[in-house]
Design a protein around this ligand. Structure first.
Ligand code: FES
Ligand code: FE2
Length: 341
């Protein structure tokens, strides 16, 4: 699926950058092929604009935030406010600003500690993640890294429990139990919710993560898919009562390249598992996913009639993701570019 060829994808919110990244000044980010600059106003709110000065086309991400709280171009110092309007031309002492001197600004807001952007008018708000700020939960930024694959591949993988026994066999996967338990499936206004219980290996290294010393334990998963490219990995360990809830945005940068944004909520404290342990634990697992996903064809078609998977009950979530994505495209007069796979 070529994300830059589907204009409706511009009408969703994506997590682009941790807000803390903007403390160092304006930052570049490519979203759906659009080169943006993000910066932070003195009141702490983020701004997203096209990364081109309207004077001599310098990237505004090379600039700085001025004393007046505007973004200033690093070439000749022209300043733009949060709407993208040019408000100062230092070379022009009379203060005259040519009509139309401006840069396009985009929808931008902070949520969950990240700067989120929608390029065109959003079809729905940023999804609600109920653990954020809920009593007893802590939020941990886990990582933020570029992957060379498509967000569709990441979403399919997120609900594909049949890869555990293979991709994660050195970790929690049970190599000799390759048939995954079925999902209980509920379609929702944002996508779907899928619930299942999965037995996992629980070697000594994972005792602090799972909160139990049983050699085989269980994950009770209530996972959610949020159109188009976000997901919840809602993992609860019934043996200990620990919740390990991961949210991911597979933010589409351009065809074949995305930013994998991942953060975690746990209902325990540092004495059970330190922040660094939790970052390192999931980084190792996710590196295994990255390795296999970067080995797939990021542009294989989203044809819901794909021959093999249609006959596999365990592939139902992937089929529903593709059906829902296709439905979204068709509702906006678009279609997927089908390839001969
Ligand atoms: S190119 Fe930006 S001020 Fe000249
Ligand atoms: Fe995985």
């Amino acid at each position: 699926m070529l994300v830059t060829k589907q204009p409706v994808l511009r009408r969703f919110w994506y997590a682009l950058l941790p807000m803390t990244a903007l403390d160092a000044g304006p930052q570049p980010f490519t979203l759906l092929g659009e080169a943006l600059v993000l910066w932070k106003r003195p009141d702490g709110t983020p701004v997203a604009m096209r990364d081109r000065c309207c004077h001599r086309t310098a990237k505004l991400s090379k600039g700085f935030v001025s004393e007046d709280g505007n973004i200033a171009c690093g070439y000749h110092g022209w300043e733009y406010d949060c709407t993208g309007t040019c408000v100062k031309i230092p070379q022009n002492p009379a203060g005259m600003i040519p009509p139309g001197a401006s840069v396009q600004a985009f929808h931008c807001q902070e949520k969950y500690g990240y700067a989120w952007v929608a390029l065109d008018d959003p079809l729905q708000p940023i999804p609600e993640f109920p653990e954020d700020g809920a009593p007893g939960y802590r939020r941990i930024f886990q990582f933020y890294e570029e992957w060379k694959t498509s967000p569709l591949r990441v979403m399919e993988n997120s609900f594909d429990n049949s890869h555990f026994s293979f991709v994660h066999k050195a970790n929690f996967g049970l190599f000799d139990q390759p048939a995954p338990a079925g999902y209980e499936f509920r379609e929702t206004h944002y996508g779907f919710e899928a619930e299942t219980r999965v037995p996992i290996r629980n070697p000594e290294e994972s005792y602090r993560i799972t909160g139990t010393r049983e050699p085989i334990t269980q994950r009770h998963l209530i996972n959610r898919y949020y159109l188009p490219f976000s997901r919840r990995f809602g993992c609860m360990y019934p043996d200990s009562g620990i919740h390990h809830i991961i949210y991911n945005c597979a933010t589409p940068m351009e065809d074949g390249r995305l930013m994998l944004v991942q953060w975690l909520y746990r209902n325990d404290g540092e004495e059970q598992c330190s922040t660094q342990e939790l970052i390192d634990w999931d980084a190792a697992i996710t590196a295994e996913d990255r390795d296999i996903l970067e080995a797939t064809d990021y542009d294989a078609c989203v044809d819901t009639r794909r021959r093999v998977e249609l006959h596999m009950p365990s592939d139902k979530p992937g089929l529903v993701i593709r059906r829902q994505l296709l439905g979204l495209l068709e509702a906006h007069g678009e279609s997927e570019v089908f390839l001969s796979h």
